[in-house]
Design a binder for this molecule. Sequence first.
Ligand SMILES: [Zn+2]
Length: 275
Amino acid sequence: MNAYIAVDMEGISGIVISEQLLHGRLFYQEARRQLVNDTNAVIEGALAAGAAEVLVVDAHASGFNFIYEELHPAAEYIMGGAHQQRFPFLEGADVMMLVGYHAMSGTANAVRDHTMSSASYQDITINGAPAGEIMIDAAIAGAHGVPVGLVTGDDKACAEGRSVLGDIETAQVKRALGRHAARMLSPQRARELLQAKAHRAVARVREFTPYTVTAPVRVRIRYNSTDLVDRMYFDGSACTKIDSRTVEYRGDTVLNALSTARLIQAYSAPGQADF
Ligand SMILES: [Zn+2]
């Protein structure tokens, strides 16, 4: 039983403002410790439930947020920027866990709601359905035959996870009151919860099915500004301009459509940061 863990930062316990999320900002170093402690709790739960191998990808912004020296000794880690795939070495995993995730852009009262990039994207749909990062990442995992068994984050991220993926495990480490406000569990209780839910997700692994998207696939992105659209090349078949700020990308598989939309590569957003 191999577990693959993708770790974002906005849905980590104790994280609520942007100063915790960006290199060089006042609270970033402290937030990295919270990130590692939550991640270690999930790894511990997965191992205790029988996971033989745990691979963890740092999936927030630069891909370099973990404090290496403090990472759980029994897992391996993918760190750093600009690799071709969003989730390298996903093949052969039995379950994926989305840790520290957040609700899609436009969700009311959700900590740092966005989809891929607050700077670039207003919203994204897949075959007409509103798509946040939970759906996009579940679709990538699903295309590799890997089901998502756990989503962790605030109450809105957990609800989004259940609405997209059905009866999976969720760990709600905070209740959001706004984009930059939440009622928090204590760090200790948040980590106990993360460990317990990761344990359950691995124990229930046979109940989960990979998330699939019906082909052919249409990915529509509404950008924040017209200049982000102006720099696109429209070939009329895989990529069409819908209006001044909206582009539709098409593919015969979800991976092709996401790739044409440049949503599958790490650090592919036309803007700067990914949050
Ligand atoms: Zn992030």
